[in-house]
Ligand binder design. Structure first.
Ligand code: NAD
Length: 483
């Protein structure tokens, strides 16, 4: 059985407590590896190693820091087949998705922030008369904590650690205990990429143990967190009196607004993808499909027909389009929402139940049918709470104003998609939607330079491009006379 270790001070180490956690393959329900059940003692050791490495790393020329990230990216490319297989096994996602999205994006994150630090500039202000110059010195913060979730494991892990390291910080990272394998693989190549011991540390374990100890540690100056809204709120409360910098990327309940004048075929096929990609376990997935009255029946019927054709399969099979949900508790939570929807009178248009196992190997896997529900009001919990599975609801609207009101009738504000061929209407609606991201006639198209994040309960702060480098640096304003 595969045994993962922490990376602390350049050494692969066992947890000080001697305790381990089982790691389960979602497609089979079988334990296939174990990971350190680390606690405050391991976090302490990692923070001390990071603190010791900080003076040298923070004064290392940016070209050299960028070169380390590029070499790491090249190692991801070199080991991509192994990483793709591992991500699929650990998470339950189809290998085709890990191959098309997760692993190439992880490589790109590392390379992108290598380039970003080479182009990062700070400002100078020279007032009229030019008697004084004010300039902004952006310094690395020190030791920073990076905490990531299970849905896009290596993709989101690298999205945090790359800008943190590029900016000259030393990192203590805590990947999700549900999908730890690819972060562990990456940690094995840190020295080969050129990172000195202690610059990059990984501590595996449970959120309320290792994660909590990292968040609480007084020497950890910033926390970049992606995960659930409740966990984000807990982290914000924990750190409130400690004045840490916080970046919180949280949950979503994303609307897709389908106007009657949309490009029908494109709207249907993209909405199928935006609803069910990664088994609906992407924070940016559409979960509330709002359809204009006069298109409602036609759109609903076409969507349901297409969803019925998605048959969950063995994630390791190259032809599989939908894999397994990440864990038994998560599958049960999603099924619980469907049961609650039925009790509240929802009409189940398709799915609504576990899917049969694709083969004998997967007999105990966590497979679910893509599910479409209609007939529930916007106030209902199914339309308000994040389900994070292959479940969407349909609602109808009769005017632009009603579409906007329905879209905004949520505590969340992460992403929205808008489907119309009327460009003025598209811009008008986008500007009124309370979300960090709005996609018009497309979905999940990303330019890594753009700000990424949510409003309302979907988070605080922005990642991406220079926003991330600004987060991971502390600006000091310096003023000097010119004579
Ligand atoms: P989660 O909040 O349960 O866990 C996320 C990470 O936080 C894990 O590493 C976990 O161990 C750790 N953690 C848990 N409790 C902690 C604590 N007390 N202190 C410190 N760390 C702690 O989330 P999850 O179930 O892994 O991920 C799913 C959620 O993530 C969904 O809500 C999804 O919308 C959200 N998400 C958001 C984005 C985004 O960019 N906004 C991206 C992906 C996922």
């Amino acid at each position: 059985m595969m045994e993962l270790q922490n990376l602390i001070g350049g050494e692969m180490t066992n947890p000080q407590s001697g305790q381990w956690l089982d790691n389960v393959e979602p497609a089979t329900g079988q334990v296939f590896s174990r990971i350190p059940r680390s606690d405050a003692a391991d976090i302490e050791a990692a923070v001390e190693a990071a603190r010791a490495a900080f003076p040298k790393w923070s004064s290392t020329p940016f070209e050299e820091r960028a070169a380390c990230l590029r070499r790491w990216g090249a190692l991801v490319a070199k080991h991509s087949e192994a990483l793709i297989a591992a991500e699929s096994q650990d998470n339950g996602k189809p290998v085709s998705l890990a191959q098309a999205v997760d692993i190439p994006r992880a490589q790109k994150n590392l390379e992108f922030f290598a380039g970003a630090i080479e182009h990062f500039a700070s400002e100078a202000h020279i007032p009229g008369g030019a008697e004084f110059i004010h300039y902004t010195h952006r310094k690395p913060i020190g030791v920073v904590g990076c905490i990531s979730p299970w849905n896009l494991p290596l993709y989101l892990f690298t999205w945090k650690i790359a800008p943190a390291l590029a900016a000259g910080n030393c990192v203590v990272a805590k990947p999700s205990e549900v999908t730890p394998v690819t972060a562990w693989m990456l940690s094995n190549w840190a020295a080969e990429a050129g990172f000195p011991a202690g610059v990059f540390n990984v501590v595996h374990g449970l959120g309320h143990e290792a994660g909590q100890a990292l968040v609480e540690h007084p020497k950890v100056k910033a926390i970049s967190f992606t995960g659930g809204t409740q966990t984000g709120a807990h982290i914000a409360r924990t750190t409130a009196g400690m004045f840490k910098k916080l970046s919180l990327e949280l949950g979503g309940k994303n609307p897709a607004i389908i106007f009657a004048d949309c490009d029908f075929e494109n709207a249907i096929s993209t909405t199928i993808r935006s609803s069910f990609a990664n088994q609906g376990q992407i924070c940016l997935c559409s979960s509330r499909i709002l359809i204009e009255d006069r298109l409602y029946e036609a759109f609903r019927d076409a969507l349901v027909a297409k969803a019925k054709r998605i048959i969950p399969g063995d994630p390791s099979d190259n032809t599989t389009k939908m894999g397994a949900l990440v864990s038994a508790p998560h599958r049960d939570k999603v099924l619980g929402y469907i049961a609650s929807a039925k009790e509240q009178g929802a009409n189940v248009l398709c799915g609504g139940a576990p899917a049969s196992a694709p083969n004998e190997r997967c007999a105990s896997g966590y497979f679910m049918q893509p599910t479409i529900l209609e007939g529930l009001g916007s106030e209902c919990n199914i339309n308000q709470e994040e389900i994070f599975g292959p479940v969407i609801t349909l609602q109808r609207f009769s005017s632009e104003a009603e579409a906007i009101a329905l879209a905004n009738d949520s505590d969340y504000g992460l992403a929205a998609t808008i489907w119309t061929q009327d460009a003025s209407k598209a811009h008008r609606v986008a500007s009124q939607i309370e979300s960090g991201i709005a996609w018009i006639n497309c979905w999940l198209v990303r330019d890594l330079r753009t700000p990424f994040g949510g409003v309302k309960s979907s988070g605080v702060g922005r990642e991406g491009g220079f926003e991330a480098l600004r987060f991971f640096t502390e600006p000091q304003s310096v003023c000097i006379p010119t004579h």
